[in-house]
Design a protein. Structure first.
Length: 629
């Protein structure tokens, strides 16, 4: 029983568990010739310039015996022929001695089962790993030595059960590891898919998971690791649950996957097995006495500038861990108002400029995006303020008045602002109340209004004199009648947090969704939170659409009569509160979406409790930092 679904091949009925399959020299010779021809594709360039090394294949079984062992040995030995290593094969546990194991760069447990090592042999294996050796586990290596806790840590998790052999989709998480770099993001193959006793995530670096929605019999849930690696007790360990069937070892991609794992374990291919382990990261508390901290920005010299909603601007100095209160902005703190965003200018090192997004106290109709100067004594020069943008707001009634700032290295300043609409009188559906005097309850006045800055992500380019220009590529070119050229993204409900990928220019943001708990044929879809990606300027649909453009109904709040569903290809804003054009750009669907209950579309996002989609930073992996360990 091979396995990606059965983590330990513990079977009720075992046929001839002690019977061993012996491989004749002739059969090995033939299989090696065939496998060497197929595997030539995966010969690593200049691999013969490396120092030759040896690995040991161990395939002893005291439980279920896989008929794929012969194929696995032939494949690994053929891989060695084309990649500068020699693979010895044995089922003799007495070879597990310190002296004998020392000649090998890696040990490969190929479909082993049962308690195949005695206490002395276990000690030799442990000392080998502690001395920096490598270990590869294939399929039922996870159904081996169940009573030895150290081995359980080495393999990562023990086998629990498996369904019938069937096709499934493997989701490859690490696209740069030597054992997965060649795989597609969604790898469809047939195997025996192991279920595991525990989820090893957190103690190992998960390389790939199996999607339980693509087959039957999975019991580990949406996060079902199927291949992983780790640094373990001084050595390296790599495991794949694939390899139950003889045909597995004939698959070119599985062969390449296996080769990369061997090369990592042997220490001849660099990888980063600790990259996703919580224990490899350290939490440093910068300030343990803050009130409503909302955003921070890090200066080139390492100082951390951060704000509190009540108006404080603070600076943390990493050199001496000193915290400075740089200044206090007089702000209004109703509902979501206050000091909301901060961003340092791209030329901060020389000009000391920074930007604040805040709700000025005593001004009941607007939010300010202002530039300030930091003095040489680390204080905010209040007299230096230059107001760049004034965002209209309704205080005391409307919600979603918050947002944040992002300064691109090219000097463009991005600003997010909520739709400033009260969501609590719409039964959790789209707030489209067009009755006289009900503008605070109508998001058409803002999010879908091309002539309003609310419910948007804005993009401007600040100038030294305190003005700004409009970058090319915004949604409405300057001079377009009844539009705001600052708008980059429209159709947002509450884009409280966003980020810009500096490498691509793409904008990502979390969209806090409405509260309806069930679809209604007279009103529209239930509430969905969203994560959005904008590769260029666009309309992302609110308040007419949510999720993947699920349409709301044109509902008349005065009469309670429902009209037609809105059309994402040609949305129209006919609200009397709209001051811009009626015809809007086509709506773009969200990248990810989920309701407050369990998501059908993205089960990975399921969970208990409340939810709020928050935008986070973008990380680009750099292979240049890898080295063999």
């Amino acid at each position: 029983m091979l396995a990606l679904t059965q983590l330990g091949e513990r079977r009720t009925v075992i046929s001839n568990p002690t019977t061993k399959s012996f491989i004749t020299p002739l059969s090995l010779f033939v299989k090696n010739i065939v496998a060497a021809f197929v595997l030539g594709l995966f010969a690593i360039g200049n691999s013969f310039g490396q120092t030759p090394y040896k690995v040991l294949i161990f395939s002893e079984t005291l439980g279920f015996r896989h008929d794929s062992i012969t194929n696995g040995i032939a494949t690994i030995q053929a891989l060695g022929t084309t990649n500068n290593f020699t693979a010895d094969a044995t089922e003799d546990p007495t070879l597990f001695t310190d002296a004998n194991l020392a000649q090998y760069k890696a040990l490969i447990f190929l479909n082993t089962t049962g308690d195949v090592l005695d206490t002395n042999q276990q000690g030799a294996l442990q000392r080998y790993i502690e001395a920096g050796g490598g270990w590869v586990g294939i399929h039922s290596a996870a159904d081996t030595l169940h009573n030895w806790a150290w081995y359980g840590g080495l393999v990562g998790s023990y086998f629990a059960s498996h369904p019938a052999i069937q096709q499934a989709t493997v989701k490859v998480a690490d696209r740069v590891d030597p054992s997965t770099v060649m795989l597609p993001a969604r790898w469809v193959r047939t195997d025996e898919w192991y279920n595991f006793q525990t989820n090893p995530r957190g103690t190992v670096h998960v390389l790939a998971t199996v999607d339980e929605t693509t087959y039957t019999g999975g019991t580990n849930g949406f996060d079902h690791p199927i291949a992983w690696c780790q640094n373990y007790d001084g050595g390296r360990a790599w495991y794949t649950a694939g390899g139950h069937t003889p045909a597995s070892f004939d698959e070119p991609l599985f062969q390449a996957h296996l080769l990369g794992g061997i090369q990592f374990a042997a220490g001849v291919k660099p990888a980063d097995p600790g990259s996703t382990l919580d224990s490899n990261f350290q939490k440093v508390i910068l300030d343990n006495n803050v009130s409503d901290p909302l955003q921070l920005s890090v200066a080139p010299d390492g100082r951390v500038f951060y704000i509190e909603r009540g108006g404080n601007v603070k600076i943390y100095n990493p050199v001496n861990s000193h915290i400075t209160l740089a200044g206090h902005i007089d702000v209004e703190e109703q509902v979501e108002d206050g000091l909301l965003g901060i961003a340092l200018d791209t030329g901060f090192s020389t000009n000391n400029w920074f930007y604040l997004f805040y709700s000025p106290n005593g001004t009941n109709s607007e939010q300010h995006i202002s530039r300030f100067t930091l003095t040489s004594s680390n204080t905010v020069d209040m007299a230096s303020e230059q107001i760049l943008v004034r965002i209209p707001t309704i205080r005391g009634v409307g919600n979603h008045s918050a947002g944040c700032l992002f300064m691109h290295t090219n000097g463009d300043l991005y600003i997010s602002a909520g739709d400033n609409t009260d969501p609590f009188s719409s039964s959790g559906f789209a707030p489209l109340d067009e009755q006289p005097g009900r503008a605070p309850w109508d998001s058409e006045k803002s999010a879908s209004n091309e002539n309003d800055l609310r419910g948007k992500i804005l993009r401007i380019h600040p100038q030294p004199d305190g003005t700004y220009t409009i970058p090319a590529g915004n949604l409405f070119p300057p001079g377009t009648p009844n539009t705001k050229p600052e708008i980059y993204i429209m159709g947002c409900r509450n884009p409280f947090r966003f980020t810009v990928d500096e490498a691509t220019g793409w904008v990502y943001w979390g969209e806090v969704g409405p509260d309806a708990t069930a679809d209604d044929p007279t009103r529209g879809p239930k509430g969905y939170d969203e994560w959005n990606q904008a590769r260029s300027a666009g309309n992302f649909g609110w308040p007419y659409f949510v999720g993947n453009n699920k349409p709301y109904i044109d509902y008349d709040f005065a009469t309670g009569i429902s009209g037609a569903a809105f059309d994402p290809n040609a949305p129209v804003n006919d609200s009397p509160n709209n001051t811009g054009p009626a015809n809007l750009p086509p709506a773009q669907p969200a990248m990810l979406w989920y309701p407050h209950d369990n998501s059908v579309d993205f089960p990975e996002l399921n969970g208990a409790g409340g939810s709020t989609a928050m935008g986070g930073p973008v990380y680009h992996f750099k292979t240049s930092v890898l080295k063999a360990t």
